[in-house]
Design a protein around this ligand. Sequence first.
Ligand SMILES: [Zn+2]
Ligand SMILES: [Zn+2]
Length: 329
Amino acid sequence: MRKPTRSREVGRGEKVLPGVWRLRLPLPWPGVPHCNAWALAAGAGVVLVDTGMHEPGSAAHLDRALHQAGLKLEHVRLIVCTHGHVDHCGQAPPIAARAGCQVWMHRDHAHHTAAASDPDQALARHVVVAHQSGVPPESVDRWIEGRRSQGTGQAGTLHVDRELAEGDTVATDLGDWRVIETPGHAPSHICLYQPERRLLISGDHLLGRVSLYFDAGYTPDPVAEFLASLDKVAGLDARLALSGHGRPFTDIPGHVDANRALVEHRLRAVQAELEQGPRTAFDIAHAVYGDRFTEATGSWLLSKTRCWLTHLERRGLARRTGGSPERWS
Ligand SMILES: [Zn+2]
Ligand SMILES: [Zn+2]
């Protein structure tokens, strides 16, 4: 259901702080025109946090962004991925090969690496879930066709050289950055926190524009995990967030509160739908997201809706009433 849009964006690089560069890389997705990779000065080179996705021309966009920042790909000493989504790790294998460096990622990366190593099986799994969620068969067929023609966004085989966990550190000229486990958006999500400078590389956990997404089907309750991760980040006393999309932002407590408010708002909207009688996840997603629910955005919004339902189910506020497709009340 996700369709590529023709992008006129090009890769851009800019210094945001001494020793910190933002590399803005184009994406072919509706409503998400680019993602950020962050280059952090480290000795004679840089640590690259996130990579952008792999698609035709993506390596040239990265080269262009690095060039604007006065850097070269050969300067990359280490790649750290905030999480296993293709816009954050898609180009990791070719960069690692060209720069001769390692790739570090949180140890719960299998939700991405297992799917990337067997895309046919991952696609088959999506199709089963789509049918079970009540997506019309013709929409599922068009989505499969789109996926087959687009490529996965992941280059080569993603080999993780070091599996990160809470408290691990990444050394740079700005000091050590602490790994903060922040699952919810994705099981493998981490933020990196530099405590002396109070800088937070927030990945997709916290964005300047409040925008939620959860990977469904890998962990028991992504929404609860996300809320716990918000509490954790709120307690860090960070003053500037360098996020996975959009500009850097301050007022981190305000952004955390806005995320919590949007979670509550969506949960209430899903509950209101459930009160209308048994319906499928597809029906609920359609009602909750209205015009924004299209074939281009459907798979994202359905994944979120399944997470809202799972969360309400665990709180005793929703239940599956069976059937095929499955209905909720
Ligand atoms: Zn993501
Ligand atoms: Zn992202």
